[in-house]
Design a protein around this ligand. Structure first.
Ligand code: ADP
Length: 180
């Protein structure tokens, strides 16, 4: 199932699925700061992209939480992988909300610099990093909305590819509530 809203000339799409199967210009990876691959979506993207992705990540070496770096996409059908680092949830008093917002904004900026028109995101920080899912959905959609209102003609599609029903349902509710 796919749900869609529009801001300017950009479609915001939420769907259930596996991000490694997306046919878009760029996919975003929920990486860790060392950029060495890991579990979850990071592991899936590295497996699907092949070893050149890790080589390029090792050359870059580091990404701060809230920042994003770009590599080629190896064997994936995307042109680029944008690696961003979300916050680890530690109770909410350590700037986690702001860091999550920055992860989305930084990724969209890097994508814009590369002239990407279509981009797919996973639900950053909602797996191993433990961010509460309803709050993550709200912050994610409001961050994307803020960026698209400032840059209404940069992207054709911003897609959120959600791996399970629980996350999909949270994003569906947030889409209806915050992107009227
Ligand atoms: P983080 O460390 O940022 O929490 P995770 O990879 O553990 O990253 O989880 C982030 C989100 O990605 C979770 O909602 C998880 O269910 C989801 N996920 C895991 N594998 C995939 C995949 N192949 N495609 C899309 N989303 C995925």
């Amino acid at each position: 199932m796919e749900l869609e809203k529009r801001i300017g000339s950009t479609k915001i799409i939420i769907k259930k699925g596996d991000i490694t199967k997306e046919k878009v210009d760029a996919i975003v990876n929920a990486a860790n700061s060392r950029l060495l691959g890991g579990g979850g979506v990071d592991g899936a993207i590295h497996r699907a992209a092949g070893p050149t992705l890790l080589e390029e990540c090792k050359r870059i070496g580091w990404c701060e939480p809230g920042d994003a770096v770009v590599t080629d996409a190896g064997n994936l059908s995307a042109k680029y992988v944008i690696h961003t680092v979300g916050p680890i949830w530690r109770g909410g008093a350590r700037g986690e909300e702001n860091t999550l917002k920055n992860a989305y904004i930084s990724s969209l900026k890097r994508a814009m610099e590369k002239k990407v028109r279509t981009i797919s995101f996973p639900a950053i920080s909602t797996g191993a990093y433990g961010f509460p899912i309803d709050l993550a959905a709200k912050i994610t959609l409001l961050a994307i909305k803020e960026f698209l209102e400032k840059n209404p003609h940069v992207f054709d599609e911003v897609r959120l590819v959600l791996f399970n029903d629980k996350v999909f349902n949270s994003f569906k509710e947030a889409l209806e509530r915050y992107l009227k």
